[in-house]
Design a protein around this ligand. Structure first.
Ligand code: AMP
Ligand code: MN
Ligand code: MN
Ligand code: MN
Length: 280
């Protein structure tokens, strides 16, 4: 039996809501023993060239990456794209349209927070955003921790910024069909990110898998920083049932905030076919 390779195909840089540069992430991945790496910033490709250059200089293999926000049955779902052509114009235009709503959303979030006495959170979040085009709830959460409104990010995402809590603004992202089309149209593989995180019932998840498969979706994340070991088993079964390739990724954002570091995950269960079998 051959040694499985250390692939980490999900993480974030300052180009979206991570805190390290693409170069710092590449070095950290390399130091942690990663052989095949992808930077998957939210809805943006601005870090791809730097990530690829840094990876290749360190002797790692690199595949292009992105994590696209979509709306599905009233919930936000994330679709990771891997191994696409980053110069594809339809993909770039689609991602730009997806990003465009974020500023207005952020202003509405700040207005809600101001109503409960948390002032200047738009400006505060923007200070944490490495890319003003990509202001995320993560940046608001860092501001609330800095202002000692909450002790840590977990507390923020329990008490604020989520459905039913102050600072939550519902948002219409891209559709599933669009995200899969953009990725596959650019020659890449579409992967359902952290399926264990969605507030969808079993029937709705089955509908998501079936529709995604019909559209040409290739894989699901099985081993991710967002899953418990029990969930590795659950989603391994889903991969088998639907014939999905399996992906592995830490979803690393920041050395302090992230529980799972780059490349520091269990390997995929052996009976699964890894998504990297699709890259040549
Ligand atoms: P947005 O795309 O603006 O809706 O922000 C979503 C981001 O918030 C995710 O990509 C995570 O980085 C972060 N996030 C969501 N839920 C949590 C959580 N429970 N703990 C820490 N970060 C979270
Ligand atoms: Mn994030
Ligand atoms: Mn995600
Ligand atoms: Mn992510």
């Amino acid at each position: 039996m051959s040694m499985p390779i250390n692939a980490d195909l999900h993480c974030h840089s300052v180009v979206s809501d991570g805190t390290l540069s693409p170069e710092e992430l590449a070095l950290r991945a390399h130091q942690n023993g990663v052989h095949l790496w992808s930077l998957t910033d939210h809805d943006v490709l601005g870090g791809q060239a730097r990530a690829q250059d840094a990876a290749l200089n360190l002797g790692m293999e690199y595949v292009s990456g992105v994590e696209i926000s979509i709306s599905w049955m009233g919930q936000t779902v994330h679709i990771v794209g891997l191994g696409f052509d980053p110069s594809n114009v339809t993909l770039q235009d689609g991602l730009r349209a997806t990003r465009d709503g974020r500023e207005e959303r952020a202003r509405q979030m700040a207005a809600q927070l101001a109503q409960i006495g948390i002032e200047n959170s738009y400006e505060g979040a923007l200070k944490f955003a490495g890319n003003p085009e990509l202001i995320a709830r993560t940046h608001f959460a860092r501001y609330l921790v800095e202002q000692q409104v909450c002790r840590d990010m977990d507390e923020v995402f329990r008490k604020y910024l989520v459905a039913g809590k102050p600072g939550y603004v519902s948002h219409r992202w891209a559709s599933l069909d669009q995200a899969v089309d953009w990725i596959t149209g650019a020659g890449g593989e579409a992967v359902i990110a952290h399926p264990g995180r969605y507030r969808l019932n079993a029937m709705q998840m089955d509908e998501l898998y079936a529709r995604f498969k019909d559209l040409g979706g290739a894989g699901i994340e099985v081993v991710t920083g967002s899953h418990s070991p029990d969930q590795y088993q659950t989603y391994a079964k889903v991969a088998k049932r639907y014939g999905f390739l399996a992906s592995r990724g830490s979803d690393f954002h920041d050395p302090q905030e992230s529980d799972i570091d780059l490349g520091q995950l269990p390997h995929l269960p052996e009976h699964l076919t890894p998504i990297w079998s699709a890259f040549h």
